[in-house]
Every structure is written in C-alpha cells, then in structure tokens.
Design a binder for this molecule. Structure first.
Ligand code: SF4
Length: 348
C-alpha cells in the first residue's frame, strides 16, 4: 500500500525488556543481527537498486522497540540515518516503538535527528486484552504517548492487532475508534499469527487460546478497516510483511497467516458496501439491464472478491429477491475514489 521507497533496518527485539505472549521478533524479521552493527551497507544496498532516484526514500527502523535501545546505541543508529537525510539521499526516518518508551527526552532526541514518523505498537486499547497479552503497559499509557507525539508534530501511526487473547470484535472496533480519536494519521492492522516457541503457542496448544482462522481475521480486520476509512486514517498495511521466516511452516503454529490477507480484507470491505446496497441493486435490476460497479482503478479484483465471491453474492441475493439481472460488470473509473463504489444500471 505504501508508494514511497522503504529502506528497512531491522532491530529485532533489542531494546525491549518485555515479553508479549505473541512475540517472536526474530522469526518475524528473519534477521538475527545485533542492533550494534554498521547499518550503512544495508541502507546503501537498498538505495543502489533505485539508481540514485531516492528522493522519496525513507529509512525505517522496525522490529523490537527502537526507543528502548540503550541511549548511546540508539543515538548512534539515528546519527547514521540522519547523515543520509542531510546528504539528501533519503527524505526521512521512521521508527516503531512501544507506548511506554515515549517521553519528552526521547522525542527531543528523535526530533533533532530527522525522524518524522513514529509508529506505536498499541495492539489494543482494552486493558484486559493488554494484560492477557502481557503487553506490560496500559491503554492510558498509550493515550499519553499519542498525545505527546502529536504535540511534537510527528506523523503518528497506530499499530493494532486482531484476535489477541480475550479480544473480541467489539474490542477491536473500539481500539480502531480510539486510534482515530487519538489523532493517529495512519494505522496498521495485524491479525495475530501464532509463532512456534512463544507463550501464545503454548496457550494455543493447551487450549487456553483459540487462534484466529483466516476467515475470522478477514471479517474482523474489515470491520476495523471500515472505521479507519470512515475517519480518514490511512491504512498502511494489513497483515505481517511476507518474509522467508513467515513462509516456513515450521515457524508458524496457527493463526491468520495468509500471503494475500490484505486483498481478502479489502474484498470483505467491498462486500460490506455491496451488502448495504443490495435493496437498491435489486430494485434497479432487470433482465435487460447491466449493473455496473464503478471502482477506483486497480481495485477491480478486490471489488469482485476472492474467486469472484462478491459477484456471486449479488447474483444469489437477486435470485432470492426474485429480481433479475442481465449482466454485472466491474469497471475502473478515475472519478471514483478508493474504498468507495458507484452503482449504475444500463440497458443491455
Ligand atoms: S513490545 Fe514488541 S518486541 Fe517487545 S516483546 Fe512485545 S512484540 Fe516483542
């Protein structure tokens, strides 16, 4: 979903003294490097693939909890990244961290070293869910961190998870609404994947936790996606980034691990719009009519849904309502914005 050039620098688990039940950072990133390494070669390698046209490039420190790294090392990493900003090789620096590793001193350091975007692993805004996941911070702490980050003028991304222990769909919609009210500019939606060698995996094996199915993950993620769309919060990603580690079946015990999860969620989101309009569609359909679903360019496959299930849903629903259609077409239309649909009916 992101259009700019992302230069990822993974800092797995270092800086984090916590032990969230779902965490297996090393498996997620597939990187076992220490944070205390020269990051220049990996940055240069990514930039080289773009042949100098890197004005939209952004160095992104991901994994672990960046602002929890011991101060001298964190500053060393930031100073290297900032060199690239000052030389005009990249435009900005972003990082992800935990809400309890945010305070004024840290934000002053980040502000003075070219960081523009902060991603906070909020995961849930329900204390009961945070506790069941052993997150080690409260929802109130997340609120304070968001407030401070916005006060400093950073672009704020709220990361949330779907299907954490004790979390329900309504908790997740609530979390999305809180992300909106805490003025996050962007969001990431991560349905829970159960990695081997984690506490969550033990919980799943003992029956204390029921892993998400892909179907559940899709429905619940689509519901929170809808909250973000309605409130103008840009969703940067749905589902974990595909890595070699994720693709290896021995690393993943259960959960919402699907390579096209984002596509499936968007399919379900568009299915929701179609469902809301079925009466209207049925009233305007006719044997000699074509129903056109106009969507933003590039969205056709998501509007149709996996194996065209959204189209089948329309046909089925018209049949049940004793309404008839001539044909159904999905047409890209520059005038239609992403996440919306325009319905039109023409004579055959
Ligand atoms: S805060 Fe992040 S890095 Fe730390 S244990 Fe939790 S998931 Fe892992």
């Amino acid at each position: 979903m992101e259009k700019h050039i992302n230069v990822p620098v993974f800092i797995p688990h270092e800086g984090c003294k916590n032990d969230c039940v779902f965490c297996n950072q090393r498996t997620i990133t597939g990187v076992r490097n220490s944070a205390d390494r020269d990051i220049r070669p990996e940055i240069d390698r990514v930039l080289a693939t773009f042949g100098g046209k890197t004005e939209n490039a952004e160095i992104a420190f991901f994994g672990g909890s960046f602002t929890g790294i011991e101060r001298p090392l964190m500053i060393k990493l930031l100073d290297v990244a900032y060199e690239y900003v000052k030389e005009g090789k990249v435009s900005s620096v972003r990082l992800s961290t935990r809400p309890d590793y945010i305070d004024e001193e840290i934000l002053d350091i980040l502000k003075s070293r070219g960081v523009t975007d902060i991603e906070l692993g909020l995961q849930s805004m329900r204390n009961s869910v945070l506790l069941s996941s052993n997150r080690g911070h409260t929802a109130e702490c997340s609120e304070k961190a968001c407030e401070l980050i916005k006060k400093y003028g950073f672009i704020l991304t709220g990361q949330m998870m779907i299907g954490l222990p004790s979390s329900t769909l309504s908790d997740e919609v609530y979390t999305a609404e809180k992300i909106v009210s805490m003025r996050c500019d962007c969001a990431r939606i991560y349905p829970t994947v159960v990695f081997e060698h984690t506490k969550l995996c033990e919980m799943a094996k003992s029956g204390a936790y029921v892993p998400l199915t892909v179907e559940d993950a899709v429905i619940r993620s689509a519901a929170v996606y809808k909250v973000f769309v309605k409130n103008g919060v840009k969703v940067l990603r749905i589902g974990l980034q595909a890595t070699e580690a994720l693709e290896k079946s021995e690393n993943v015990y259960a959960g919402a691990n699907h390579s096209a999860l984002g596509e499936l969620v968007l399919g379900e989101y568009y299915a929701g719009i179609i469902r809301d309009n079925l009466d209207f569609i049925s009233e305007n359909s006719g044997k000699k009519k074509i129903l056109i679903l106009n969507c933003a360019p590039g969205e056709q496959s998501k509007v149709a849904g996996q194996k065209k299930k959204n189209v089948s849903m329309i046909k089925e629903s018209l049949k049940i309502r004793n309404a008839f259609y001539g044909a159904i077409k999905i047409i890209p239309d520059e005038a239609v914005s992403k996440n919306t649909l325009k319905f039109e009916f023409y004579d055959l």
